[in-house]
Design a protein around this ligand. Sequence first.
Ligand SMILES: [Zn+2]
Length: 275
Amino acid sequence: MRFDRGGVVAAGLALSLGLVTAACGDDGGEPSTAPTAATTSASGSTQPAPSRPDGRALDGKTIALDPGHNGKNGANASKIARKVQIGNGSKECDTTGTSTNDGYSEAAFTWDVTQRLAKILRGQGAKIVLTREDNDGWGPCIDQRAGIGNKAKADAALSVHADGAAASSHGFHVIEPGPVRGMPASVVRASNELGRDVRDAFERDSGFTPSNYIGDDGIDRRTDLGGLNLSTVPKVFVECGNMRNAGDAAKMTSAQGRQRIAEALAKGLGNYLRG
Ligand SMILES: [Zn+2]
């Protein structure tokens, strides 16, 4: 879910009350051009376009994928509540994330989408680095999540989330970093390009419309997320939809819907990485 700009809902309290947290807490381009079928030569004759097989289009690229939250964060409330430095302040190590009204958790959703996404990208030749190995533990903390992409010198990093907003709110948004002390301007610029490519592909192919409650045409800029502030590689978050909205939740709880999300994200990453 989306990360609170201010305080973070105390995960343990929320759990003990049987509540679902309402927001993620912190951290918790160009439209791609479809390959043209033909080009026109200087002489005016039509020639077949050179094919660019997508099969290994991402050979040599490293992509860090960060499935937001973790399945046992709620059972480790004191551990995930510990503060970590995020470059311009401090924030909780992690949060529990949100869920649908029927109890499908954000952590399970992000894990499943990321697995699907990793499979697609590996099939295109990319090396995938994940920030967690399963959905049965807690953490890692947001600073570690950024550090994993940094250490891998990832060509792009994506943190996958879903939001927990008012029931009438719907749609996706991409969160891109703003200028933060310590983050090279080149990383901010590259992240913003990545964000636009992910936004364009997600709007076109995911089945979700841009958010009707936050950001501008599906993009929000934040400087309070450790996962972004600490990144030294191009990175964005995607909030795929609002789990409290019936229409969005129906898509997110469906395997077919999650596959469509993963395919849209793969296209956005691919468009960015292929330039
Ligand atoms: Zn989240």
